[in-house]
Design a protein around this ligand. Structure first.
Ligand code: DC
Length: 633
């Protein structure tokens, strides 16, 4: 996949969504559990590039790690700092892994080589190396690749460390501090950026029984062992920001379970920014869920905000900002120029590429209101650029994201999760032949204002193409994937009006036959889904709409009628044939539709069955409209 086209969301959202575990907690607990003497279990673990990097490093140090991805559980046999002598560790693109592993190996007995991706080689390590030097460790190199000579036994004096480049240096030192003989004392020589991440470190250490004494810029940890145990990891607040932002941009409600406003993750503060812009944030202090709601009638307003404490979600806010009525100014994030990419300059460049007026400042940016235009957004191999600009894409037409797979760094299922928010206003009408589907579906589309798709006409077109082109039935799939049809009032096939032609008995039989071929169904189902996604829903009529095409359609109806009534209806439509011939054809096609191996006609779970024998079309339509949630608010 070269780029991902974000199809805009057309209707307000109403979704409860699961977000992967916190990357920050996962990587902290992995270090803690590796150091602890004995077995620990991590629950709610995030599996992504960054955490896999940490798992691999810990394994390379000789710690036994058992992983259950489906259950999101990792079990580690910690070794109390008795790491394998000599190891080569690859931190890949992960900043936390690089900054946490480097002090960790300083307590090991051997010589450790640490390297990573080119992007990570370019990121700062100097202050951390200097701090380890102060502790008596010998480190070769000023950035990755590094060689750390372990066996530091005596800390002794106070380590002086700047806090204005990355808080990960301090977090890394703190996590390993209890394993240094004599513990560790650290004094910050500057203010601390992203201090909430240090709170999170201290919180994770406390869960394993280690207390960090803190007085202003002074931190102290006594020498001791972590207590192994079971550690539950909450959902990732940075990952949740994109989903909350979706509610802000599109309107409606998004709820994330398992993440409370009281969380120590600094990025939960993102929802306070959304509140300031006019969203309602629901979730009490002691609740374990957060819900963001924007009344679709109420416009967003711009804000001025310092995001120094939640800089990872500044790009998310930058991509909400164009949808507000007034400009938004973000300050305090100059240091995020040294993240995976320059997250100040690149956010501005990409907003401009999308036609949004944005002004770069030394420590942030100003984003003006504006309607984004189609563009392919560069992501600079930065997962947060990809996910933030996806938010821009759901509110505007034609945004594509280059290199969409880079989200795997922290949120491998991001695209699927984003799609799961999409609320389709879809009505699925399935049913037997002659049950009145087409008449009812057309009337329903007119009544609700939704677009209408006769999926049967698509099978009929494939049937016609196959009759014309000849060849084996099994090969009819190639007709299905290559066809260009336009199915509205008239049915156009490759520019030819075939509305009447596809209703002939020959084509009806051919349609029924090609409908048994798996590759035909696959090709048409994909087209039908894309049709609905583009329009934000529609009335779709066929045989497998609620079972296969759109099982999550909010309204599913299955129409039937008595055999006699159905034959009479068909006969009145095609009076050239005898009633007996029509009945025989009906029986043959019913049998074919219900007994084919692929997607046979059946009543979907949750579908409402309506017998149309002897009732009017208006009655049937009224009955279905009463089931449509957005018509009955
Ligand atoms: O609804 P119709 O008679 O126009 O459908 C033509 C054929 O296509 C019919 O044999 C059933 C089949 N079909 C299908 O298998 N799945 C659909 N979603 C729609 C039609």
């Amino acid at each position: 996949m070269t780029s991902y086209e974000v199809v805009p969301f057309r209707w307000p959202l109403d979704a409860t969504v699961r977000v992967p575990g916190s990357k920050s907690y996962t990587n902290r607990y992995l270090v803690i559990a590796a150091l602890a003497p004995g077995r620990s279990t991590l629950e709610g673990v995030l599996f992504s590039d960054d955490t896999e990097a940490m798992i691999d490093c810990v394994r390379a140090l000789g710690v036994a790690v058992r992983v259950d991805r489906a259950a999101r559980v990792v079990e580690l046999d910690g070794c109390d700092g008795q790491f394998r002598r000599d190891a080569t560790l690859n931190v890949r693109q992960s900043g936390t892994t690089a900054r946490f592993i480097t002090p960790l190996v300083a307590v090991g007995p051997g010589r450790y080589t640490i390297d990573g991706d080119p992007q990570m080689r370019a990121r700062p390590m100097g202050d951390l190396i200097d701090a380890l030097g102060q502790l008596g460790a010998r480190v070769e190199g000023g950035s990755l690749p590094l060689v750390v000579h372990g066996g530091v036994r005596r800390a002794g004096r106070v380590v002086r460390l700047p806090g204005n480049v990355s808080s990960q240096f301090l977090s890394g030192l703190l996590l390993s501090a209890p394993a240094f003989s004599g513990g560790m004392e650290i004094e910050l020589t500057t203010d601390l950026v992203s201090s909430s991440y240090v709170d999170l470190t201290i919180h994770a250490m406390a869960a394993a029984g280690v207390v960090v004494e803190r007085k202003g810029r002074f931190f102290s940890v006594a020498q001791q062992s972590y207590t192994p145990g079971t550690f539950a990891i909450e959902p990732d607040a940075s990952a949740a920001s994109y989903l909350f932002a979706a509610a802000a941009v599109v309107g409606g409600r998004v709820r994330v379970e398992g993440l409370g406003r009281h969380s120590k993750q600094g990025d939960v503060a993102f929802v306070e920014r959304l509140a300031a812009m006019g969203c309602e944030v629901r979730g009490h202090k002691d609740d374990d869920a957060i819900e963001v709601y924007r009344d679709p009638e109420v416009a967003l307003r711009g804000i001025e905000t310092n995001m120094g404490d939640c800089s990872d979600v500044a790009p998310t806010l930058a991509c909400v900002a164009p949808f507000a009525m007034t400009p938004t100014r973000v300050t305090g994030i100059g240091f995020s120029r040294q993240k995976e990419t320059d997250r100040v300059a690149n956010v501005v460049t990409e907003l401009r590429r999308c036609g949004v007026k944005a002004i770069e400042e030394a420590d942030g940016y100003i984003v003006h209101p504006g309607k984004p235009e189609s563009a392919t957004v560069e992501t600079y191999r930065d997962h947060r650029m990809a996910m933030a600009f996806a938010v821009l894409g759901i509110g505007s037409e034609g945004i594509r994201i280059a290199d969409p797979r880079c989200v795997a760094k922290t949120f491998p299922d991001f695209w699927e999760t984003l799609e799961s928010l999409r609320s389709l206003r879809a009505i699925a009408i399935d049913g037997v032949l002659g049950s009145g589907k087409t008449t009812v579906a057309r009337a329903l589309a007119a009544r609700t204002g939704l677009a209408y798709l006769d999926t049967g006409a698509m099978y009929r077109c494939v049937g016609l193409a196959w009759l014309r082109g000849g060849g084996f039935l099994e090969n009819s799939g190639r007709f299905a994937s290559g066809l260009r049809f336009d199915i509205s009032d008239r049915v156009m096939l490759e520019g030819e009006d075939v509305t009447e032609l596809i209703r002939t008995p020959d084509v009806s039989r051919a349609a029924s036959q090609v409908a048994t071929v798996a590759s035909v169904r696959e090709a048409l189902v994909a087209q039908q889904r894309a049709w609905a996604k583009r329009r934000g829903g529609g009335v779709l009529e066929g045989r497998d709409i609620a079972t296969v095409v759109l099982p999550s359609a909010p309204v599913k109806v299955f129409l039937t009628a008595s055999a006699g009534e159905r034959a009479r209806r068909r006969h009145s439509e095609a009076p050239g044939q005898s009633l007996d011939a029509v009945t025989a054809d009906l029986v043959w096609r019913d049998h074919n539709d219900s007994n084919r191996e692929v997607d046979p006609l059946q009543v979907a779970v949750g579908a409402v069955v309506i017998d149309t024998t002897g009732i009017t079309v208006d009655d049937v339509v009224a009955r279905i409209v009463s089931l449509v949630p957005w018509e009955n608010r």
